[in-house]
Ligand binder design. Structure first.
Ligand SMILES: NC(=O)c1ccc[n+]([C@@H]2O[C@H](COP(=O)([O-])OP(=O)(O)OC[C@H]3O[C@@H](n4cnc5c(N)ncnc54)[C@H](OP(=O)(O)O)[C@@H]3O)[C@@H](O)[C@H]2O)c1
Length: 240
């Protein structure tokens, strides 16, 4: 890295001129390697929510699992979960453990049972990644508990699982993290700030992030015309 690189934000400069996927922008394996984190967290446990496609699948495979952590993933679809585990084991530089726990994010009963299942399997949790979500359930769609679908999946499921597992993260030897995969609205994440303020004395920190623009299953609700517009848009097309 050149001497002009900001050590607090070392990858900022590679994002100056995006040229589509595969360009000079940093990748999860690169960040893990640059920080000498390959295989060093073999005593750590991470739980990632909604890992059967998209961003979290790559995060789990190329980022977290490569550090040697025991990765728990949640999924609602058994077949997809099986394929995800195979993907992680094939692609990761480490061949450590990956376990699946069922979670239907639009059911608070299911979220509770996920927490119980996890606690029955693991005595600790070092990182909780609150990911998984959907766009536009439509006004007619409701969760099992009667909430608007997008609110239930993208917010309530994350909130409930965090509340049920938060104190399990406390560990004075290693600052634990709750990571919220958000969007540009991560700047207004009051839940993240609240957790960090309230629990930092117990060595639990919370972070919220904007993953940027990534082609994934999230856009499946868009029409082909809309996708075409996005792809032809210079800013979006080169970014994603
Ligand atoms: N992609 C982007 O450009 C972008 C931009 C800003 C923010 N984000 C945020 O990043 C997160 C991940 O997005 P992504 O692009 O990776 O999306 P994705 O490819 O659609 O993946 C979403 C994941 O959530 C799971 N999920 C959705 N509804 C569920 C439910 N009711 N119960 C259980 N699991 C459910 C999906 O499971 P199935 O496979 O079973 O459907 C899948 O594993 C989301 O919170 C999204 O809002 C993404």
């Amino acid at each position: 890295m050149s001497s002009s690189v900001n050590s607090f934000n070392p990858y900022a400069h590679v994002h100056d001129n995006p040229q589509r996927p595969g360009d000079q922008r940093s990748t999860a394996p690169q960040v893990v390697r640059d920080n000498d984190r390959i295989g060093v967290f073999t005593d750590k446990v991470v739980l990632v929510m909604g890992v059967t496609s998209g961003i979290s699948m790559e995060t789990a495979a190329k980022g977290l699992h490569a550090t040697g952590t025991h990765v728990y993933i949640t999924a609602r679809n058994k077949e997809k979960a099986k394929k995800t585990v195979e993907y992680i084991m094939n692609i990761s530089e480490r061949k450590g453990r990956v376990d699946v726990i069922e979670m239907v994010m639009d059911s608070l009963e299911s979220v509770k049972s996920t927490a119980k299942d996890f606690l029955g399997k693991s005595g600790k949790l070092n990182i909780l990644v609150n990911n998984g979500g959907m766009y536009h359930g439509g006004p007619e769609s409701g969760s099992k508990d009667g909430f608007e679908m997008q609110f239930a999946v993208n917010h309530l499921a994350h909130f409930a699982l965090t509340a049920l597992l938060l104190t399990k993260s406390s560990n004075s030897q290693f600052n634990s993290r709750v990571v919220f995969v958000s969007s540009s609205s991560h700047r207004h994440s009051s839940t993240t700030n609240h957790i960090d303020r309230l629990y930092r004395n117990q060595s639990v920190h919370a972070l919220s992030l904007n993953p940027g623009g990534v082609w994934s299953e999230l856009q499946k609700v868009a029409t082909p015309e809309q996708i075409k517009v996005w792809k032809e848009d210079k800013a979006i097309g080169l970014l994603m």
